[in-house]
Design a protein around this ligand. Structure first.
Ligand SMILES: Cc1ncc(C[n+]2csc(CCOP(=O)(O)OP(=O)(O)O)c2C)c(N)n1
Length: 638
């Protein structure tokens, strides 16, 4: 692309090119709105097809985004997109069209709204169900200031299942604060949405059915002694109130929201009509919008779960661009191992918080449907639910991404560890995740688990060790956690049936005489590579010790090593503050074993790491093979 070319690099989009300011959307007529929707869709499909991203959620809200920009002025008004994975159209319309081709690339546009990125990103998101709380805060501040801002949250039906969403609704209804919640209901979370709320929302009674049912219902109500007449009177208030009694409005109106809907979320005119009405209301309003996930792109409409967050693909067919054969992902190894163990132990249960595919528990759900539970996007609940199961002798395996596990900190401490229950946590995406960026890196789990009594924490060096750790965790009679990285294994030989590890025992993978790298998890094999290169390139003999356990640390083995080696590099893919390397150093201090040593710690510094590939980020932070070599050479040359 030439430097003068102002297209996003993925096609020709005259209308997108011409919009310099989001307020210009307000001037578009009906035909231009349709053209805009078409161009947004094509631009998003083409861009995501090249570098991956959240396609289906973004395609589902194109008309909704246009209608919101048409009716609201986001220079003054405020908008919070829940999760923010659906905000690609918002990004394009708010001055990021020309750079949209950098989506999710290092130093490019983030995959989620970020306040630091653009003034129209009014709140940073990535974890779900925060939008109502945040927009309520903005609405209250607006009131205190005597402002006239409209405050809008857009939240999906999946994200609405989380407790925090209801905490927000509860406060907002109680305060009767003017604000708008748009419920984007596509009946999908990443997979099909689950739980009573989702069944409730999908009750869309057709008119003839309603009418017949209304008559029968009035009759039934009248038969109830004493209160029957009153109830029947309520039901008689007319078709509308009757309808709302049985449709989702009932729930939100009980929370003191004015309910409007359900509305066809792909009919821009209808949406505009409603939002114009909404602006005149002085109450909390919930606008219930029905959309199709992946709308306008047949492969995504047909398979919204696959296209929820997708890698690169052929735009014409939707086929994955690269054949992802070869090495198994850690996710799959975990899922397969759990199934293998569950075949021999009917007390094992699998729990996911709305991510069966992402956590590899989808195979378990098919093989052992009675022992599988998807709780929805409710990580805290998942942990306490598992604690309850454990009190009854079950061995729950709670499979969660490391980053979302952060939500459940108190439940881990109070409900699981304090009661020393046999709950097992399998934390996928531990470490740097790549393109999803700061909201999704799982770089705090070692820090927030290792100080909790009773729990044991492990991180595997490869897929074979992961399988052994899964078994070790389940066999251990108490809380256990295994955290493993995003991506594929290294091609390790798998046990026929995974063996059990000795708790708190590490392994000396390479011996040496000049120094030692002490590490764990994803950094172990890169450390081995580093010492091999140090040997070949610099004639240095460096050992590698894999602790396997973050807690309990293999103290004796590490203390033995410190007797032999003066030069020690400690490496982790976790925040150094309170993480693995600080655990090792604390232990050395407590054992008076630190004096006379050269120690260098490598890990995630005290800052949030943005998006980029895992390779780029590890290199930049200096926790890759090259970084370890440099660190060890510095110590050896001291
Ligand atoms: C706390 C938390 N848990 C899990 C996720 C992973 N996640 C991202 S989007 C999503 C589904 C959201 O469904 P919904 O709100 O209905 O939006 P849709 O994708 O259907 O538009 C999930 C589970 C997350 N972002 N945050």
């Amino acid at each position: 692309m030439s430097s003068t070319d102002k297209s996003c690099g993925c096609g020709d989009y005259p209308l997108l090119k011409s919009i310099k300011n989001p307020v210009e959307v307000q001037a578009l007529d009906k035909e231009e709105q349709a053209q805009l929707a078409h161009e947004l869709r094509q631009c998003i499909i083409n861009t995501v097809s090249k570098g991956g991203g959240h396609l289906a959620p973004s395609l589902g809200v194109i008309e909704l985004t246009i209608a919101l920009f048409k009716c609201f002025d986001f220079d003054n008004d405020r908008i919070v997109w829940d999760v923010g994975h659906q905000a690609y159209a918002h990004k394009i319309l708010t001055g990021r069209y020309e750079n949209f081709h950098t989506l999710r690339h290092k130093d490019g546009i983030s995959g989620f709204p970020r306040m630091a990125e653009n003034k129209y990103d009014h709140f940073g998101v990535g974890h779900s169900s925060t939008s109502i709380s945040a927009i309520l805060g903005m609405a209250v501040a607006n009131d205190i200031e005597g402002g006239d801002r409209n405050c809008v949250a857009v939240i999906g039906d999946g994200s609405m299942t989380a407790g925090q969403a209801f905490e927000g609704l509860n406060q907002a209804g109680g305060m009767k604060r003017k604000m708008v919640v748009v419920l984007n209901d596509n009946e999908m979370s990443i997979s099909a949405n689950v739980g009573a709320l989702s069944s409730f929302l999908s009750r869309k009674l057709s008119h003839p059915v309603l009418t017949r049912f209304k008559k029968d219902f009035e009759g039934i109500l009248k038969q109830i002694p004493k209160i029957g007449d009153d109830l029947a009177m309520y039901a008689k208030r007319g078709e509308d109130s009757f309808k709302s009694f049985f449709t989702p409005g009932m729930l939100f109106e009980a929370l003191d929201f004015t309910y409007l809907g359900p509305i066809d979320g792909h009919n821009t005119e209808a949406l505009i009509d409603v939002f114009e009405q909404v602006k005149k209301l002085d109450t909390p309003v919930l606008v219930h919008v029905l959309t199709t996930k992946g709308k306008g792109y047949a492969p995504a409409e047909d398979n919204p779960t696959y296209f929820h967050g997708v890698g690169s693909f052929e735009p014409e067919t939707g086929m994955a661009a690269k054949f992802k054969g070869g090495l198994p992902s850690y996710t799959k190894v975990f899922g397969d191992t759990l199934c293998k163990l569950a075949a021999k132990d009917d007390k094992i249960m699998a729990i996911t918080a709305a991510m069966p595919e992402g956590t590899g528990t989808d195979c378990f759900s098919k093989t052992y449907p009675d022992r599988f539970v998807d709780v929805g996007i409710c990580e805290q609940h998942a942990v306490t639910f598992a604690a309850g199961l454990a009190t009854m002798g079950y061995k729950p395996a709670v499979a969660i991404y490391s980053t979302f596990f952060q939500r459940a900190y108190d439940q881990i401490v109070h409900d699981v560890c304090l009661q020393n229950l046999n709950v097992n946590f399998f934390l996928d995406r531990g470490g740097l995740v790549g393109a999803d960026g700061a909201t999704h890196h799982g770089v705090f789990d070692m820090s927030f688990m290792r100080h909790i009594p009773n729990i044991i924490c492990m991180a595997p060096k490869d897929e074979a060790e992961l399988a052994r750790m899964v078994r070790t965790a389940i066999d251990f009679d108490g809380p256990a956690a295994v955290r493993y990285p995003r991506g594929v294994g290294v091609g390790a030989d798998m046990d026929e049936f995974p063996s059990v590890l000795t708790i708190g025992e590490g392994e000396l993978l390479r011996d040496g005489s000049d120094g030692v790298i002490i590490t764990v998890g994803s950094r172990v094999w890169p450390a081995v590579e580093a010492v091999e290169e140090l040997d070949i390139e610099h004639g240095k003999s460096v050992a590698v010790f894999n602790t396997r356990f973050i807690k309990p640390l293999p103290e004796k083995q590490i203390l033995e090593l410190t007797k032999r080696f003066k030069n020690i590099v400690i490496v982790e893919e976790n925040a150094m503050a309170g993480g693995f390397s600080s655990a090792v150093v604390e232990m050395l201090v407590d054992n008076n074993a630190i004096d006379g040593h050269n120690i260098k710690r490598l890990g995630i510094p005290d800052e949030f790491i943005e998006h980029g590939t895992q390779k780029e980020l590890r290199a930049e932070i200096g926790i890759d093979t090259a970084g370890m070599k440099i660190a060890m050479l510095e110590l050896l040359n001291k």
